[in-house]
Design a protein around this ligand. Structure first.
Ligand code: PGA
Length: 263
């Protein structure tokens, strides 16, 4: 982490929590903040919560009042038209989304999203004026075969090419597949090394714009291990799945990353 890149803590709720449950969580969080729970200043740490799509609009207002962004977990290409089931960037922006997760490994695996599609989706997020959080990462087989850099380079290059020039607003999340939901997070030093490699690729593609590229780590981040990633040199924050679903666990992470008031 470096001071010129504002760190991000993002919650990925995946297909969890109904609309009432999502709203109840956000209202309870807001009450806790009103009662004095730590909330990092917006200019020091960017907080983002990515609920299910039906909950996005209902929670956007209360989150915005706390200075917290709200993210969708997918986007479809195009602006409008005959795309049954599609949700475009302009629709997400109107629903008050501020961020969109793109290319999560679950979408690559379950919905066949290719590197080219992920690149196009990242560009679509930028065109809608939103911030893409683009996920990259290798499988356990690829890791065993020593292909981590090759796989991540392939996934990232498709995005770098598609969004050329949008560097300041792109966020990358390095999420090794073997670490997602397994309780076996990467070693922070290893994740930091991959993040540094990603930044090098971005610098080769974009030049100096790459210095603003934020690279998060995701995969079994918890209240117990978050600071190891948070303080790793090349890592600019965390994308958290399971550990973001429960209030005390989420608050503990928000509290852990909030800079001391006097700092
Ligand atoms: P996890 O998921 O924190 O539950 O491992 C992270 C993610 O898939 O984004």
């Amino acid at each position: 982490m470096t001071p010129e890149r504002r760190p991000m803590l993002a919650a990925n709720w995946k297909m969890h929590k109904s609309v009432p449950e999502s709203l109840a969580f956000v209202r309870a969080w807001s009450r806790r903040v009103a009662d004095g729970a730590a909330l990092p200043p917006r200019d020091r740490v960017e907080l983002v919560l990515c609920p299910t799509l039906p909950a996005l609009w209902p929670v956007a207002g209360p989150l915005d009042a706390m200075g917290v962004g709200v993210g969708a977990q997918n986007i479809d290409l195009g602006a409008e038209g005959a795309v049954t089931g599609g949700v475009s960037g302009p629709l997400l922006a109107e629903a008050l989304a501020t961020h969109v997760i793109v290319g999560h490994s679950e979408r690559r695996r379950l919905f066949g999203e290719t590197d080219a599609v992920v690149g196009a989706k990242a560009a679509a997020v930028l065109s809608a004026g939103l911030t893409p959080i683009v996920c990259v990462g290798e499988s356990s087989d690829e890791r065993r075969a020593g292909q981590t850099r090759e796989v991540v380079a392939r996934q990232l290059t498709a995005v770098l090419d598609a969004v050329a020039g949008g560097g300041e607003r792109v966020v990358v999340a390095y999420e090794p597949l073997w670490a997602i939901g397994t309780g076996q997070g990467a070693a922070p030093a290893d994740a930091s090394e991959v993040a540094g490699w990603c930044r090098g690729l971005a610098a080769a593609a974009w030049g100096s714009a790459a210095s603003g590229l934020r690279i998060l780590y995701g995969g079994s981040v918890t209240r117990d291990n978050i600071l190891g990633f948070w303080h790793a040199d090349e890592i600019d924050g965390a994308l958290v799945g399971g550990a973001s679903l429960e209030m005390e666990s989420w608050l503990a992470m928000v509290h852990a990353v909030a800079p001391a008031p006097s700092a």
